[in-house]
Design a protein around this ligand. Structure first.
Ligand code: FE2
Ligand code: FE2
Length: 670
């Protein structure tokens, strides 16, 4: 029994990360491919299951390490989750054909497109692994593509090889092909186009086919499915040649085909049950009507009348409508009356659609709400804090608003995590969140903005009053004996009167300024041994509080840089290799990393890549130095968000100048 509530490893480095509960007939399958430290996701899915897919992906790899999402085409059942992925932290590219990109942009996404037709239909992952794309125009979109993983010989096929069925399994069995035909005859435009795409596959060795709908195909089913699709009639709206009904076995044989389709889509049990009290005796194994009390002349209409009288009648008729239309056209048989009314009266379908849209909107709202919550404390998170700040600050010039922001950090959380484990650390965070929200007035917004930092936003009190209140809060926290050990917090405070008037028209800049200064003052408070810092940082001590981690092999050059920086009042920590640097970054307060490209153990670029996976460390500005500054390295450094790349020997006055600008920005001297 496969546990579908967690990602399922279906091949080396390839995972099914879908949700099996959100679809009734049309299962959606996203797949995640991981190579080295990064991943590529194929057809992320709809808004219905976006949250589940995101959680499953995150359980395997941080979203920041998802370098690309491949979209086989532009439909909502596979693209609607894209904006949700972006909100949750996806920063990679969207891989698709340019025709699909043209439409995908309307989902309101911000990610860059990697248009596969401009890149020889291939994509190279960061670790060097290749993914190939097979262009399948008009199947069923002019810019549709399939993806091919050459190492595993796996085809991630998009809509092709998909199927509709109520009886879904992760892996296809011998009953799969009928549901596959049902899907293709409706969604694919013509047999010729479909057959030529199948011919293309002859040159690809295949161990597995992973479609976006339906089930995964393995073994002999692969060959069977390809040859079935080579001959599947599709393109419902094209003229078809009339075939001889008698030769085909009369309407009874057409009804057997329709019964087979009903069983495929709705499952054996359901169809057997509804036909129990009917004028038709059916054999669900043979998928045939064995006997009937109705004459051959009336059986065609009677069959559809019977279906329409069932509780789920409209659903049954809708699910077979395209097939019946095709059969009627092909054998020149009149369209049964109940079906005509289904096709022309879409009232009930519209009702169902409306209901589904409502469910979708509620789920989206819930999802968006959760996106702004910190999962440990359930407080609002940093994203919300910055948005809230921006909104409140936008009226500062005209509405005489007063805003005081306080960032509070638990000084000894690392120690608690180390001594008692992260469960106790999380308990501490939750307890502190409860304590603070109980202590402050309801109008004070309390957020957890990452790690051990919380933000408190006061909207009507002067700075002195806020200092008084947070000092009392600080003492109350320290004295509370519910914590495993006494908690020390340091605080930084910033008041909106400190914002220069030149920024009043730019709420985004104001919010960034408030955030940076408050954080900086909080760090200053921590460095000074805890307490509260609220004064302006425009004093000489600001650069003394600014710590540079210098990562380089010991020697004359490193000593020279260190002495120069210290002479300029910066605090300098040193590390001799990448591993040592990583340890220091995670345990020390570091404001800037100055790193040699070729350092032992973990290279400068790999170190940066690893730091990007840790939200707090990834934000630390990173400067690279090397004697060998080549175009390829510069491009890579640029893609990793490296701030500056110095040629060695470094011009020291230039280096000091740059770091001074950064320190000033960090301190936000106003
Ligand atoms: Fe589609
Ligand atoms: Fe689809």
């Amino acid at each position: 029994m496969i546990d579908l509530s967690i990602p399922v490893a279906i091949a080396d480095n390839l995972y099914w990360v879908g949700s099996e509960k959100t679809h009734k007939y049309l299962q959606c399958n996203p797949y995640l491919y991981i190579e080295g430290e990064t991943g590529v996701l194929f057809d992320p899915g709809s808004a219905l299951d976006g949250e589940i897919v995101i959680e499953k992906v995150k359980s395997l790899i941080p979203l920041s390490q998802l370098e690309a999402i491949v979209c086989s085409h532009q439909d909502p059942d596979l693209c609607m989750a894209l904006p949700l992925f972006e909100k949750a932290g996806f920063k990679g590219v969207v891989c698709c054909h340019e025709r699909a990109a043209l439409l995908i942009q309307y989902y309101g996404i911000k990610s860059l497109f990697y248009r596969v037709n401009y890149h020889q239909f291939s994509y190279t992952m960061k670790n060097g692994s290749n993914i190939g794309f097979i262009f399948t125009p008009y199947l069923h979109f002019p810019g549709a593509i399939m993806s091919y993983l050459p190492k595993q010989q796996i085809l991630v096929s998009g809509d092709l090889f998909g199927s509709v069925t109520a009886d879904w399994h992760l892996y296809a069995d011998e009953d799969y092909l009928d549901g596959m035909i049902a899907f293709h005859e409706v969604y694919m435009p013509s047999q010729d186009i479909l057959a030529s795409a199948m011919d293309l596959l002859d040159s690809y060795p295949l161990n597995m086919i992973c479609p976006q709908h339906g089930s995964i195909l393995r073994g002999t089913l692969i060959e069977e499915a390809i040859s079935t699709l080579k001959t599947t009639p599709c393109g419902l709206f094209l003229e078809t040649q009339t075939k001889d009904l008698n030769e085909a076995g009369g309407v009874r044989s057409l009804l057997d085909q329709i019964l087979t389709r009903l069983i495929t889509i709705h499952g054996t049990t359901e169809i057997r049950t509804i036909f129990k009290k009917s004028p038709f005796t059916i054999d669900t194994k043979l998928r045939k009507i064995t006997t009937s009390t109705i004459s051959n002349e009336s059986i065609w209409e009677a069959f559809f009348d019977f279906l329409s009288e069932q509780k789920a009648g409209t659903q049954y008729l809708t699910s077979i409508s395209s097939m019946v239309e095709l059969l009627c056209k092909g054998y020149n048989v009149p369209l049964p009356k109940p079906l005509t009314s289904v096709l022309f009266s879409s009232q009930s379908e519209t009702e169902e659609n409306r209901r589904q849209v409502q469910v979708l909107q509620t789920q989206l709202k819930e999802f968006e709400k959760n996106l702004h919550r910190d999962p440990i404390t359930r407080l609002y998170n940093q994203e919300f804090y910055l948005a809230w700040l921006q909104r409140e600050l936008s009226g500062i010039a005209t509405q005489e608003k007063i805003i005081t922001s306080c960032v509070m950090n638990i000084d000894n959380l690392d120690r608690i995590n180390l001594d008692f484990g992260s469960t106790e650390g999380n308990k501490t965070l939750r307890l502190l969140a409860d304590l603070v929200t109980e202590y402050v007035e309801p109008q004070v917004q309390v957020c957890r903005i990452g790690g051990s930092a919380f933000a408190l936003l006061y909207t009507s009190l002067g700075k002195e009053e806020v200092i008084k209140r947070v000092t009392q809060l600080r003492n109350a926290i320290h004295e509370d004996d519910r914590f495993i050990v006494p908690i020390n917090v340091s605080m930084g405070i910033f008041h909106s009167s400190e914002i220069p008037q030149t920024l009043y028209q730019d709420p985004e800049q104001m919010a960034l300024l408030v955030n940076q200064v408050t954080l900086f003052r909080d760090r200053l408070a921590k460095k000074q041994g805890g307490g509260i810092v609220s004064s302006s940082t425009s004093n000489p001590s600001s650069s003394a509080a600014f710590t540079v981690l210098l990562v380089d092999k010991p020697g004359f050059s490193r000593d020279l840089i260190q002495q120069t920086l210290e002479k300029n009042s910066f605090r300098v920590l040193t590390a001799s290799n990448g591993l040592e640097a990583k340890k220091q970054i995670l345990s020390e307060q570091v404001e800037l990393i100055l790193c040699e490209l070729l350092i032992p153990k973990v290279s400068g670029l790999t170190l940066r890549k690893q730091l990007l996976a840790t939200p707090s460390a990834g934000k630390i500005p990173f400067i690279l130095m090397s004697v060998n500054k080549q175009e390829q390295t510069i491009i890579r450094a640029h893609s990793l968000g490296i701030m500056h790349f110095f040629s060695r020997p470094v011009a020291l006055y230039e280096l000091v100048g740059l770091i001074k600008i950064l320190a000033k920005r960090e301190a936000c001297v106003v």
